[in-house]
Ligand binder design. Structure first.
Ligand code: HAM
Length: 426
């Protein structure tokens, strides 16, 4: 036998046992974004490598170590998208959607990062994200946070996530702060690891983000960016905090929250959980007022977030909130011998015409009563329609309840649609 080919490490199949949960999550998200008036945008999975270098930043983990980059047949350097924001800005610029306009957009799809796979961290993963353009004030920052909070509420996990918030200020304030921070870090150089020493030169703010406890200890008394904000950014931040207070959204100001992508200014935030182990950030985002211009467009403000769908789904599973997902089948239609096969099909087609929201499966491949009922049970259906020659001759079906202790009943074909409709609307 030849060797089976396996999926790529860190890239998962979504099997039928889980696809119902994914569909539930996706449809809940679609419903919530629509209720805020956001519109969907779909961009290609592959983009020019330069797009991500120029937006996420050359000296970031994503660009330095994690991108799936390759030369295509024309020797152009292409990259599988590691995130969605850069692509949305590229598309917005290219199609004239941004300048002097307001846009509230959302997207959902696969992203790719060559990270070390572990629980909650994969090489192909899915993000749902929103991006709002052309809106300068903290009201829109509050709105996108509120939208994410509504999703936690819908999924029943509000108590399991907490919001961390920070402001990175303007680029000028950040530059002044960087000088202070570098001076401080120089005095602790002996306590920094190799990664942090490198970042000290290239991207000192990221040293604050180090996961190494020794580095964390070394930077705990570092000057705080939030104390060095320019006036406008400080006003923006207090405006956001005030709105969140009024909306009843709790948060913690975390002055070392800097994010791993370079395009942010002012507001940054993360929703974190303790239910996922090391990969506890389920959703993250912030404001990126310079990015549109940086990618060749006319200056337009932007703010948004992205949510890791695998992490959200893992949370629902961990908390046992994946139990009420609808079964793939509601009604299982048997056919007790070949002579009634066509009749059974016709009954099922009639149900699909008249009660299209009910999921109907036909039995295939024959077998005795016991075998057919076993399949009906395995399908997850709530009721089985028992159809044999007697039923066909009398133009009725027998209804067997598969999940309740109720006696079997006969229903005339002419009343079947109403019966099924009533049963499933209970
Ligand atoms: P990010 O923090 O790189 O931000 O990713 C956002 C979320 O995607 C993370 O919080 C996490 O839930 C999920 N995620 C990231 N990497 C992985 C992975 N390897 N496996 C599983 N899940 C992962 C962004 O991507 C920004 N574009 C967010 C944004 C939108 N900012 C403004 N607008």
């Amino acid at each position: 036998m030849s060797k089976q080919i396996q999926a790529i490490r860190g890239m998962n199949d979504c099997l039928p046992a889980e696809s119902g949960l994914w569909q539930y999550v996706e449809s809940t998200i679609r419903q919530v974004v629509a209720s805020y008036g956001y519109q969907e945008i779909r961009t290609p999975i592959v983009e020019s490598t330069d797009l991500f270098k120029r937006s996420i930043g050359e000296v970031t983990d994503i660009v330095e170590k994690e991108m799936y980059t390759f030369a295509d047949r024309n020797q152009d350097s292409l990259t599988l998208r590691p995130e969605g924001t850069a692509s949305v800005v590229r598309a917005g610029n290219e199609h004239g959607l941004l300048y002097n306009q307001q846009q509230r957009l959302w997207y959902m799809g696969q992203m790719f990062r060559h990270e070390r796979p572990q629980k909650g961290r994969y090489r192909q993963f899915h993000q749902f994200g929103v991006e709002a353009f052309g809106l300068a004030g903290p009201d829109i920052d509050a709105e996108v946070i509120l939208l994410s909070a509504r999703l936690w509420k819908k999924f029943g996990i509000s108590k399991n996530v907490r919001l961390e918030l920070n402001s990175l200020g303007s680029s000028e304030a950040r530059a002044a702060y960087k000088a202070q921070l570098v001076a401080f870090l120089q005095t602790r150089k002996d306590q920094l690891d190799e990664d942090s020493l490198r970042r000290l030169e290239s991207n000192p703010l990221r040293v604050l983000d180090s996961k190494n406890p020794q580095v964390q200890n070394a930077v705990k008394d570092a000057p705080r960016l939030i104390d060095c904000l320019d006036d406008e950014s400080a006003k923006h931040f207090s405006g956001l905090c005030e709105r969140l207070d009024n909306l009843g959204i709790e948060y913690r100001v975390n002055s070392s929250l800097v994010r791993g992508l370079d395009y942010y200014n002012r507001t940054v935030f993360e929703w974190v959980t303790d239910d996922l182990g090391a990969q506890g950030t389920v959703c993250a985002g912030g404001r990126y007022d310079g990015l549109v211009e940086q990618l060749g467009g006319k200056s337009t403000q932007g703010v948004g977030f992205a949510m890791g769908l695998e992490r959200l789904i893992l949370m629902l599973q961990t908390l046992g909130l994946d139990q009420n997902i609808a079964s793939p089948v509601d009604v299982y239609v048997t056919a007790m011998d070949e002579s009634v096969e066509l009749f059974s099909r016709t009954v099922a087609e009639m149900l699909r015409d008249t009660v299209p929201q009910v999921k109907v499966m036909n039995h295939c491949a024959g077998g005795n009563f016991k075998k057919q009922l076993k399949r009906a049970d395995q399908s997850g259906a709530d009721v089985a329609l028992i159809i044999g020659q007697d039923e066909m001759n009398s133009q009725q079906v027998a209804i067997k309840y598969l999940r309740e202790q109720k006696p079997q009943v006969n229903v005339a074909l002419s009343e079947l649609a109403d019966f099924v409709q009533a049963h499933f609307s209970e």
